[in-house]
Design a protein around this ligand. Sequence first.
Ligand SMILES: Cc1ncc(COP(=O)(O)O)c(C=O)c1O
Length: 381
Amino acid sequence: MKREPAERSLRPTWLEIDPGAFRHNVQRLREAVGRQVVIYACLKRNAYGCGAGPIARAAIAGGADGLAVGNIDDAVSVRRAGVTAPVMLYPTCLPEVAAAVSDLDLTPTVSTPEEAESWAAAFGKRRSIFAKFDVGLMRGGAQPSELGALLAAIVDSPNLTLAGIYTHFHTYGGPEGAGYLEWQVARLREAAAAAKSSGAEIPFVMGSNSALVMQRPDLDLSGVDPGRLLFGVTPAGPLERQLDLRPALAAFRSRILIAKTITAVPEDQRLSPFPAQVGTRIGVLPVGWGDGLPRRFRDGARALVQGRPVPILNPVHLEHLRLDLTGVPEAGPGDEVTLIGRQGAQTITLEEVEATWGLDGLSLLAGLRDHLRRDYGHPES
Ligand SMILES: Cc1ncc(COP(=O)(O)O)c(C=O)c1O
């Protein structure tokens, strides 16, 4: 008899995503920015590892007006999840996929007049398009001095309707970040002036990612497109707004495959990179750096087994991880292990993970590989 492959991952390693937390975060953002400001929830990188389809549904349920994605495949996931709200595409694909963009009712972004002309030709009918401008990231987008020409190419085209203009600030923490931010704000004003003097009607202007939303409420403009804050990752820096945010990633769990007590180690400990001694009890888990864990954890990294913390042992392997179970000798195969989240009375928070995994919250979430099973049944809070 032919066996069908399993539809769901059979590995005892999984993520628990809390769409209710995401929805809650969108609601808090809505309260902060008010009804007049459009919210595009930024769902880059498969919704920062949490799953573009289910998170898009939560975003709209929480009051977002639209979704923004950096990968057209994520837009396909959003539509497959039955979400009909506006989807803006950050620069992600070439005009050769214009028919799919049209069928899925997505709004692409252009940075140059040539790009605008190519999309207009490829659409062959009237479609909306965003113009991006660059205030300092120096990636996509027309520089302020080039914006007038880009807008002219769009408004002069019989096939294009200008949906609006937007930019993305390059923000990072640290004292030097403030001066750089101000420099970019000056470039934003320069671009706004260029747009005005082009004579084009600009229906929508957007510039704020999470850091700007939290630090510069005066720059909410017509819309905002934060990502990380909606997943419960607070940006660094002095914050003007305080939002009660919850983590969208509720838990990262696995189960013990093998437990054994070490009976021999090299006499010269320098011969082995593994920090075990005779008598150390180790537990082996089916999860590794190929799933998004770091190659090495920092001192103090721990997991929870039977409601108790146990040390994580370095180095991490491609698909395996070892725990020091010496302090919980009764733990054995099949026991659930929590790498992130709550188990019993103990919780490993995202903040603890940032410190001991050596990853900031954004890198951690976005680094979670798509092959991991994601469970969305976490009780909505
Ligand atoms: C164009 C654009 N807007 C918004 C965001 C959201 O950024 P953040 O997650 O810092 O809010 C990104 C993220 O890379 C982006 O590229």
